[in-house]
Structures are given as structure tokens and as C-alpha cells.
Design a protein around this ligand. Structure first.
Ligand code: G4P
Length: 190
């Protein structure tokens, strides 16, 4: 998505520790027109697939997932990373390691919100090592859902998570794939 690549080049900041900061439009302040243009692009890509639910994980995945789900006309389900008082009943869960943060999270989804009749699209804001996607695919599998594919705003291609999913035959649609990144330059996959 050319407009996303241009926005990353204009507004993105590469921080030490290999982190692309896009707080001006995606991760802290959200450009809602732009968010929904990304949602339309992803919804259009999967328009033949009869998706019934979009699945994501809190926190930053929710905005992109809501835009996609709204454009498709289906609900969003998001995994929580901790038990809260309003999570109860039987649960699907998956332990997910984060390389960026160096910690483990438990992804939790109540069984009420996913079933074997669902055709699920998995959406997130960033795809780096792919552990969050793997955890969400695991949860969809526990529920017996069909995983139609994955979609992400920004893939850090050089971290390999996206290509690992593709090599397993999983469809992954990324709006921008970064193949190289430093404070001096950002290079996108053609
Ligand atoms: P992975 O899921 O692809 O394996 O990636 P990883 O665990 O390493 O990433 C951990 C978190 O950091 C995720 O958010 C991911 O979206 C985010 N992230 C990874 N690389 C970057 C980056 O370069 N820039 C930004 N802005 N985020 C990045 P999270 O822990 O789930 O946090 P949040 O969604 O609650 O904010």
C-alpha cells in the first residue's frame, strides 16, 4: 500500500533496539481516515472469503482489526493478555513469547466468542517474529475455526515471522513490508 509506505517514511521514527515508532498515526495517536483506508484495503483483499470474525490481540491490534471488521461487516474478537474480572467461563488460551519485550504472555479468549462454524481472519498492527500470529492461530485451532488468513499493517520482513507463516501455506497480506531499517533509511520489499 503505497500510501502507508509514504506515511511511514514521513512520520515513522526508527528507535534504538530495532523499533519503528509510528505513534503519530497508528500506535498512540490514530489517524482514523487512514486507519479505515487500511481496513478497506485488507477487507477488499479477502472479500471472496466469507469471513465471519476478525481475531486480534490487545492492545494495538484492536484499532486495525476494528477497521477491517467494520469494512467486512463482522465482529472483532480480541485476546486479552491477562485475566480481568470480566473474563470468566471456559477459555481458550495460548502462551506467547515476545522477543521485543523479552517476556511471555498468556493470550485468553472466552469460548463463547469463537466456534467451529467461524471463518476467521487474524489481524494485527505489526508482524515481527510472528509469535502473536502463531498464538492466535493456535487459539482459532482450539476453537475448530477455519483460519482464512492473516493481515497486518506493517511487517518487519527481515525478522522472518511473515515468511515462516507463508512457508506453512498460511496466507499473509501485509500492507507494507520492511526489508531493512536503520535510523538513516527504511527499505520496503518490492
Ligand atoms: P511477534 O508477535 O511478531 O513475534 O513480535 P514481538 O512479540 O516481538 O512484538 C511484541 C510487540 O511489539 C507487539 O506488540 C508488536 O506488535 C510490537 N512490535 C514489534 N516490533 C515493533 C516495531 O518495530 N514497532 C512497533 N511500534 N511495535 C512493534 P504488543 O506487545 O502486543 O504490544 P501492544 O499491542 O500491547 O502495544
Amino acid at each position: 500500500m503505497k500510501s502507508l509506505e509514504e506515511k511511514i517514511l514521513r512520520e515513522g521514527v526508527v528507535l534504538d533496539g530495532d523499533v519503528l515508532k509510528v505513534g503519530s498515526f497508528l500506535n498512540q495517536q490514530i489517524d482514523t481516515d487512514f486507519l479505515f483506508s487500511m481496513g478497506e484495503e485488507i477487507a477488499n483483499y479477502y472479500k471472496e472469503d466469507k469471513i465471519t470474525k476478525v481475531l486480534t490481540v490487545e492492545a494495538s491490534g484492536i484499532a486495525v482489526a476494528v477497521a477491517v471488521a467494520h469494512c467486512i461487516g463482522v465482529p472483532v474478537v480480541f485476546a486479552k493478555k491477562s485475566m480481568t474480572i470480566n473474563v470468566h467461563g471456559e477459555l481458550y488460551s495460548a502462551k506467547v513469547h515476545s522477543y521485543t519485550h523479552g517476556n511471555d504472555n498468556q493470550f485468553i479468549v472466552p469460548k463463547d466468542y469463537l466456534s467451529s462454524s467461524d471463518k476467521v481472519l487474524i489481524v494485527d498492527d505489526f508482524l515481527a517474529n510472528g509469535k502473536a500470529f502463531e498464538g492466535l492461530i493456535d487459539i482459532a485451532g482450539q476453537a475448530g475455526c477455519e483460519v482464512v488468513g492473516c493481515a497486518v499493517a506493517i511487517e518487519k520482513g527481515y525478522q522472518g515471522g511473515g515468511d515462516k507463516l507463508r512457508s506453512k501455506g498460511i496466507r499473509v497480506h501485509s500492507l507494507a513490508i520492511i526489508d531493512k531499517m536503520s535510523p538513516a533509511e527504511i527499505k520496503f520489499r518490492k
